[in-house]
Write a protein that binds this ligand. Structure first.
Ligand SMILES: Cc1cc2nc3c(=O)[nH]c(=O)nc-3n(C[C@H](O)[C@H](O)[C@H](O)COP(=O)(O)O)c2cc1C
Length: 325
């Protein structure tokens, strides 16, 4: 049996068990479509699609559909603290289902409502987890698979290594996808050999022809080494993996004392998180598209070490698949 023949492949209806993970602000329609068209699956990030790349949601999905006839997925970030945001996400999931999307990745919160809707339409839901307790919550809510986000990941990384995380959730009877630290074909093959049902990559796909991130951001990924990745609390209030640029060094990595107190307070923490969410949405959009590189807030994970050239996204998918045989 081929290493590529996994449950993720069957669940997502794809040829190569490789996901281009949702990235705010780096998921643009052309990148999502290119990964899907090559036989993996690109994941739509709704806020990135609408707010950063300026497509009305349904039109954005149709644009992707014109670029590829193959399956694409959608990320539903479940944030219960804002009713308005929740309503918007419910609407986005409904539109995605109407437009033929059948593979969803949920992050944070309780994915039960997404599972109910998606299963009724014959689709599948995989849930992002960093530890066993979140995996149990996902399983109890009915998810079909897990995305294990490890400590090498870009974005919000988890506390565990890829090996530790798989060992923690292997007995739950769900396929587990490896997210974090995959930058080379050898990393991809290694994750499949460990027993993962596929990989989800973010950082590797920023350094592609199709990604709309600035040339300065892509170059910084090529130049960076593992030791250049640090975790900053200053973007969203919880640690996010970023490249340690002069700007990040000037800002410092910790949230300020007032922000920390507000983040801890029972009554103020939700308000503070919303504040950070709005601030980060704006800051990250500006930083990812800004060609001057002055305010360089560049999210990336430890996989930067193995990324040495800007390639078409489809080439990466095909090269990785060939290495897995
Ligand atoms: C720039 C960037 C933005 C991200 N934004 C999101 C997001 O909006 N939602 C989400 O679920 N994951 C997000 N992630 C996580 C990715 O989907 C993926 O799990 C992660 O990048 C895997 O680690 P890697 O970067 O080492 O490949 C982001 C990652 C990066 C690098």
């Amino acid at each position: 049996m081929s290493l590529l023949d996994t449950q993720l492949r069957a669940d997502a209806g794809i040829e190569i068990p490789l996901i281009c993970g949702a990235m705010y602000p780096c998921s643009n329609p052309e990148l999502v479509a290119a990964v899907s068209d090559a036989g993996g699956i690109g994941i739509v990030q709704p806020i990135s699609l609408t707010y950063v790349h300026r497509h009305e949601f349904r039109e954005g999905l149709r644009l992707i559909r014109r670029l590829t006839a193959k399956p694409v997925g959608m990320n539903a970030l479940i944030e219960a603290s804002s009713q308005r945001y929740h309503q918007k996400m419910v609407e986005w999931v409904s539109i995605a289902l109407e437009e033929g999307i059948r593979f969803f990745i949920t992050s944070l919160g309780n994915p039960r409502w997404v599972c109910e809707r998606v299963h009724a339409a014959g689709g599948k839901v995989y849930h992002d987890v960093t530890e066993r307790k979140w995996a149990l919550k996902g399983r109890d809510s009915g998810v079909d698979g897990l995305i294990g986000v490890n400590r090498r990941a870009g974005g919000h990384a988890g506390p565990l290594s890829a090996e530790q995380l798989l060992a923690e959730v292997a007995d739950l009877g769900l396929p587990v996808v490896c997210a974090g630290g995959i930058g080379t074909a050898a990393d991809f093959v290694g994750a499949l050999r460990l027993g993962y049902a596929g990989v989800q990559m973010g950082t590797r796909f920023i350094a592609t022809v199709e990604c709309r991130a600035s040339a300065a951001y892509k170059q910084a990924i090529l130049d960076a080494d593992e030791a250049d990745i640090v975790w900053s609390e200053r973007i969203t209030g919880v640690p996010v993996a970023v490249i340690n640029t002069a700007y990040i060094q000037r800002m410092g990595l910790k949230a300020g004392p007032l922000a920390r107190r507000l983040l801890r307070g029972r009554r103020t923490k939700h308000w503070m998180r919303s504040f950070y969410a709005l601030k980060s949405i704006w800051q990250l959009k500006r930083a990812s598209l800004d060609e001057t590189g002055e305010k360089d807030y560049w999210q990336a994970g430890k996989s930067v070490a193995g990324i040495t050239s800007i390639e078409p996204a489809g080439e990466i998918v095909r090269r990785f698949a060939a290495a897995a045989g």
